[in-house]
Design a protein around this ligand. Structure first.
Ligand SMILES: [Zn+2]
Length: 452
């Protein structure tokens, strides 16, 4: 600190324009990082060295520099020949793994439990990660469990099928979980195929998408399980699926499948309901760019250009936030669904964990969870990489809350890497942000006009 003050004073007196190296990551000069390597990210308008090594910058001064970390304290001295900044990064000693991977326990007697809140994942494996969600259950669904592992109960479904539910999401009950199905109604509306199943209890269910949609209702007396196959593509006259939902209203289970959109060939976006979600906001800043800009601000700026572009082409646009405000993920999804959005696009900028190299990771990537959203993701990635010249950082299937929404085609766009020096130069430019919005709109149009 003394050194910096001293050099600042020296600068003032010598009349030299002093612009210190701006380091945006790590976010403090004394940090603990549990990794074999990390990186310095920032910008500088003049040459500088770290521990005597000259650091490459791009034309705008942005840099990202990977450093190895030894166990203990690592000292890095930034020197721009006028002033010095010292960074001390402590790497803790690696913990020896105690090998307590939990074994599966089988119960001698089955137990009955009940979901204690809404939106509880029923999973195919006892892991809280990855693509393993069979469905999301509301509060009040009774489940028969036969064992446990890793903090999950093993759920017995019918026909020797099993699932897993987090122990913390259920409470023990002493009721019979079996329900009676009194029949169902079919309702045909302009927008949806709707089936209403009249049950006397809430039961676990699984919906599978495809050209034939399938619904299974478990724990239903006289069925094991109750199963309905709906030939969607035949009924809809299209292979393209635009979203579906399975929800309880009281003890009625409502299965809704969206009908294909009627696309105006000249103005494909006309009347299409699209939700734009500008990632993060308020106290949640997201990543920080090489130039110190906050991801939440860049996301909002691109989202606003996208709204303008989509509205210009006739779309009916809803934004999950229009200001620098915090909103939970569930609230964003619920609001988008409330507006009956057909497409949900979340806008983000990317960053990396400490052990990767921000110079080697750049470009646009798009995330999806359900297969029905993949063609939309592919179409948008194609226009973005082509029109913006961005590196193709691939379509990725991942379990992110916003893309797990089935009511709409839900994707999350990482427009570029905020901590990649070259991407960070682009992401802050209004012209680039506008061009990104145009390329996303073009990608949506191409998707709407495509047959698959
Ligand atoms: Zn983000």
């Amino acid at each position: 600190m003394k050194n910096i003050l001293l050099s600042l004073l020296l600068c003032l007196f010598s009349g030299v324009v002093c612009e210190a190296v701006e380091v945006v990551y790590p976010r403090a000069q004394n940090v603990t990082i549990n990794s074999g390597s990390t990186f310095f990210v920032g910008n500088s308008q003049k040459d500088f060295k770290i521990n005597g090594q000259k650091i490459p910058r791009n034309k705008k001064g942005a840099f990202a520099y990977v450093v190895e970390l030894n166990v203990g304290e690592n000292v890095f001295t930034f020197d721009d020949s006028i002033q010095k900044q010292i960074y001390k990064i402590t790497r803790p000693a690696p913990k020896t793994y105690s090998g307590t991977s939990s074994e599966q326990i089988d119960f001698s007697d089955y137990k009955i439990v009940m979901t204690s809140s809404d939106n509880i994942p029923l999973r195919s494996t006892p892991v809280d990660a990855g693509i393993n969600r069979l469905s999301h259950l509301p509060s009040g669904v009774m489940l028969t469990v036969s064992g446990e592992k890793n903090g999950f109960y093993k759920v017995l479904l019918d026909n020797n099928e099993t699932g897993w539910v987090a122990k913390s999401s259920v409470i023990a009950v002493k009721e019979n979980p079996a329900a009676n199905l009194k029949g169902y109604d079919y309702i045909d509306t302009d927008e949806f195929f709707i089936f209403v199943f009249h049950l006397d209890k809430k039961v676990p269910f699984v919906i599978e998408e495809g050209s034939t949609m399938s619904l299974k209702l478990y724990n239903v007396n006289n069925y094991a399980p109750y199963e309905m196959q709906f030939p969607y593509s035949e009924a809809a006259g299209s292979e393209k699926l635009y979203g579906y939902s399975g929800e309880f209203a009281g003890n009625d289970f409502i299965w809704k499948i969206r009908k294909p959109l009627k696309i105006d060939q000249k103005h494909p976006l006309k009347g299409v309901k699209i939700a734009i979600d500008a990632g993060h906001g308020g106290a949640e800043c997201g990543a920080i760019s090489c130039f110190g800009e906050k991801e939440k601000d860049i996301n909002l700026s691109i989202s606003k250009y996208l709204r303008k572009e989509l509205q210009k082409r006739g779309a009916d646009v809803y934004m999950t936030r229009t200001h620098d405000t915090y909103h939970g993920l569930r609230e964003r999804i619920d609001n988008a669904n409330e507006k009956n959005s057909v497409i949900l696009i979340s806008i983000h900028g990317n960053a990396l964990p400490d052990n990767l190299d921000p110079n080697k990771n750049k470009g646009t990537s798009i995330f999806y969870y359900y297969d029905m959203a993949k063609p939309l993701a592919e179409s948008i990635l194609k226009t973005m990489t082509k029109q913006l010249g961005m590196n193709n950082d691939k379509i990725r299937q991942a379990s992110l809350a916003l893309v797990r929404n089935t009511n709409a085609l839900s994707i999350l766009i990482e427009v570029g890497y905020l901590i990649n020096p070259d991407d960070s130069v682009l992401l802050r430019e209004a012209d680039f942000q506008k061009a990104a919005a145009v390329s996303i709109a073009d990608g949506i149009e191409n998707y709407l006009l495509s047959r698959k």
